[in-house]
Write a protein that binds this ligand. Structure first.
Ligand SMILES: Cc1cc2nc3c(=O)[nH]c(=O)nc-3n(C[C@H](O)[C@H](O)[C@H](O)COP(=O)(O)OP(=O)(O)OC[C@H]3O[C@@H](n4cnc5c(N)ncnc54)[C@H](O)[C@@H]3O)c2cc1C
Length: 374
């Protein structure tokens, strides 16, 4: 990274810290406890223009790029927040930018950039196929100049709070995407909450014999998975940044606690049993962060190695956050489990990055060129 880029990113961090100041950990604890959408933060981020970070200027965005987006995400986490919805609004529109028709881009991107239209959801996972996207049961069947869509999707984030949703189906040509305007199709779409360990506002989505014009198709018939996969390196780098934000928050509060909490007549941070886990977690966070920046450099350069690098960044960052949560529990003792100290919330938030088997499999097969696992 050049000195100019470093300077630019530190200015981004300073601007974000100023915007996020009113939204400290207590704000986020309240959002989490009440299972709310963080509307106030969303609106502030939209007004400040951050939703256009990944949208090229020709479509009304700032085109600032993935490195800036990753800083947006990790700063929210480090401030004690959960960047899920901000990350979604910045990054999910990438598929529309790359594969949308000129009409779709013109219709939606300017309002996505301001936040006037929420674009928070990709509905891909299905009850039976789970992680295996080659076995889709949701269908898109041609009907004259349109399509009839039937779909059952599970574990879908933010569907109750979004206006635009990308729906992955199977047409006779193969996996095919549609861009649904839920304001228009709500009567044939049922959304049911699925409460999870953390406030991801997760749902099941049922689409029942919904007829849409061909203009709702996003990208070519049969090209749906390929279109989604083009966004994976950036999505993984941003997931790494989310995990790192949580990890750094936990490190900050743990260090403060270790230095000030006194038992047996000395700060607990003077005990090796408290110091070493913190030092080890710190080492893991720093190493994962270096991998995040390496992945972002390769993404910026258009290097094909970005895919493997971003996978490593996500893997290492999610493990680092998990280990950091463990070290934070050691530091806080019983208070680590009390909502008041925010560690238990960050611990819960850190669990959602841990489903890494398919990424390990990707690294083994595509980076290390091992045979496909059985
Ligand atoms: C918080 C949260 C938010 C989510 N949001 C969305 C969303 O917005 N949109 C969306 O489409 N999906 C979303 N998902 C779903 C997520 O993508 C799926 O959980 C994931 O694809 C795995 O599917 P599954 O949970 O059915 O697990 P399964 O497919 O049943 O897998 C179970 C376990 O087995 C492992 N496994 C499966 N096959 C293999 C294999 N071949 N080799 C090794 N291990 C294997 C998996 O890694 C996993 O650990 C979300 C999930 C969570 C937890």
């Amino acid at each position: 990274m050049s000195p100019e880029d470093r300077q630019r990113l530190s200015e981004v961090r300073a601007a974000l810290r100023a915007s996020l100041k009113p939204f400290g950990p207590d704000y986020w604890r309240d959002i989490d406890e009440k299972k709310l959408f963080p509307t106030a933060v969303f609106d502030v981020m939209g007004a400040a223009g951050w939703f256009g970070t990944l949208v090229p200027e020709e479509h009304g965005g700032a085109g600032a790029g993935p490195a800036v987006a990753s800083v947006v995400v990790d700063e929210i986490g480090r401030a004690g927040g959960d960047a899920t919805c901000i990350n979604a609004q910045m990054s999910i529109c990438g598929t529309l930018v790359r594969d949308g028709s000129p009409e779709q881009r013109k219709r939606w991107l300017p309002d996505v950039v301001t936040g006037a239209v929420r674009f928070l959801t990709v509905a891909a996972t299905e009850p039976d196929s789970g992680a295996d996207m080659t076995q889709l049961e949701s269908t898109a069947v041609r009907d004259g100049d349109g399509w009839i869509l039937d779909a059952r999707k599970v574990l879908i984030s933010l569907a109750e709070h979004t206006r635009l949703m990308i729906l992955l189906t199977r047409s006779e040509e193969g996996p095919t995407l549609f861009l649904l305007d839920l304001d228009e199709v709500r009567s044939r779409v049922e959304i049911r909450p699925v409460p999870l360990v953390t406030n991801r506002l997760t749902t099941m989505v049922f689409v029942d014999a919904l007829r849409v014009d061909d203009s709702a198709r996003l990208g070519p018939p049969g090209g749906g998975l390929a279109a989604l996969m083009k966004g994976f390196p950036v999505r993984r780098a941003l997931a790494a940044a989310e995990a790192l934000g949580h990890a750094r928050f936990m490190l900050d509060v743990s260090l403060a606690h270790a230095k000030t909490r006194v038992t047996f007549g000395r700060p607990i941070g003077r005990n090796q049993g408290v110091q070493y886990p913190l030092a080890q977690a710190y080492a893991r966070i720093e190493a994962a962060d270096l991998m995040r920046w390496d992945a972002l450099d390769l993404i910026d350069a258009g290097d094909p190695g970005a895919s493997g690098r971003s996978a490593l960044a996500k893997l290492l960052a999610s493990e680092a956050a998990w280990e950091m949560a463990r070290a934070a529990l050691t530091t806080f003792g019983g208070w680590g489990l009390a909502a008041e100290y925010h560690v238990e919330r960050k611990l819960r938030e850190s669990t959602v990055y841990l489903f890494n088997n398919l990424l390990w499999s990707y690294v083994a097969e595509r980076v290390l060129e091992l045979p496909k696992a059985q």
